[in-house]
Design a protein around this ligand. Structure first.
Ligand code: PLP
Length: 368
């Protein structure tokens, strides 16, 4: 079946899957989807060609891509991505959280990687249409959501080192349960000594696959030391706390103030980070966007001046940090479990995302 819709300047041709997953099989997958292993029936795709611009927007059956071995992305890693979720609201409808912010960040990432910028309405339009088409894939598990993965990569067939003349933008959707396998109330983090994530002038503020590729060895080291996640220090002084491999960091102090490292160009500007700062400030809390040294963290945790710490990002939303380890030893934060302010801010954000609380900032974007 083929139909056309015109919600965006570029209309999407919709080719429905001829053999979608049977509903009994789907129900089985959705009972325990895990994270990022189960995918819906369809995908969205838009092509870009130099001279022609964005074209050939379509939604079709999710299937493997045919790539030439000389496709630029396979050699020089010109690739960016996004991650956002669709939640089920109390009234049964689906809604995305701040998709315009993801669209904007995707454009910023594109600029840094010398890629063309996808218009925000095409970004949001592609996602809305795809999620609406695959809405029966919403997971039945408690806390479930649809994790949406838009991405773009260079696919000119050419080994010369230059920005590609051809790109593919795609969106795939994964029904998910919780992010952390253990479902632990607090995570432990390993302070990387040998590796950094991003240097001044580098790609730290862009959401690109390359940043993740270079962080994996540090994450593996964290696992070897019995930690759930790695935390990176700055590349220049090896002293300032930056962020986790894929989450921003917040510190909470005994006087009820919060602190998070500033967006200095080496940190990914998280939308969860931004939302939490807005929520905290709107209830009168002080949030400092200032550098925080790892030695200070250790001292503040030991003295009790620091009472809570948490990591945040779309995938896991808010995750308390209970323990910080490094070759110099380890320290616990508070009682090692989720702190009060952390839990309250998380609840506030999650309630807005699920339509259980008023949405004064216009963050919730209904689908369909
Ligand atoms: C995506 C990401 C985050 C979190 O961003 P959100 O918009 O909150 O999901 C934080 N750090 C890194 C390195 C990321 O890639």
């Amino acid at each position: 079946m083929t139909d056309r819709t015109a919600t965006t300047p570029l209309s999407f041709t919709v080719h429905r899957h001829s053999q979608p997953v049977a509903s009994a099989e789907r129900a089985k997958l959705l009972a325990d989807p895990g994270f990022g292993r189960v995918f819906t029936d369809h995908m969205a795709m838009i092509r870009y060609s130099e001279g022609k611009g964005w074209h050939s927007a379509e939604i079709s059956a999710r299937k493997p891509l045919l790539l030439d071995p000389a496709s630029a992305v396979l050699h020089y890693a010109q690739e960016i991505f996004e991650g956002l979720k669709a939640y089920r609201l109390a009234d049964g409808s689906l809604a995305m959280f701040r998709p315009d912010a993801n669209a904007h960040r995707f454009q910023q990432s594109a600029r840094r990687l010398a890629m063309p910028e996808l218009p925000a309405d095409l970004f949001v339009g592609a996602i809305s249409e795809l999620v609406n088409l695959d809405r029966d894939w919403f997971p039945s598990v408690e806390g479930g959501s649809l994790y949406i993965r838009p991405f773009m990569f260079a696919n000119e067939v050419f080994l010369g080192v230059k920005p590609s003349a051809e790109y593919l933008f795609l969106v795939i959707v994964s029904p998910v349960g919780g992010y952390f396998k253990s479902g632990a109330p607090a995570v432990s983090i390993w302070v990387s000594q040998d590796y950094t994530r991003a240097a001044p002038g580098g790609t730290g503020a862009a959401k690109c696959g390359g940043n993740y590729a270079s962080s994996l060895v540090a994450q593996a080291e964290a696992s070897r030391h019995g930690c759930d996640q790695v935390v990176f220090l700055d590349a220049a002084e090896h002293r300032w706390v930056e962020e986790l491999g894929g989450m921003n960091v917040f510190l909470v102090f005994e006087d009820g103030t919060l602190q998070t490292p500033p967006l200095s160009g080496t940190i990914l500007p998280g939308i969860t980070r931004d939302s939490l700062i807005t929520l905290a400030r709107s209830e009168g809390l002080t949030v400092r966007e200032q550098p925080y040294a790892i030695d200070q963290w250790r001292a503040d945790a030991r003295s009790g001046h620091l009472t809570e710490a948490f990591a945040c990002g779309t995938a896991a939303v808010v995750t308390p940090i209970g323990r910080v380890a490094s070759p110099d030893g380890e320290f616990k934060i508070g009682a090692g479990g989720p702190g009060q302010l952390t839990s309250r801010l998380k609840q506030k954000l999650v309630d807005i995302q699920h339509g259980r609380a008023p949405d004064p900032h216009g963050w919730v974007h209904k689908i369909g």
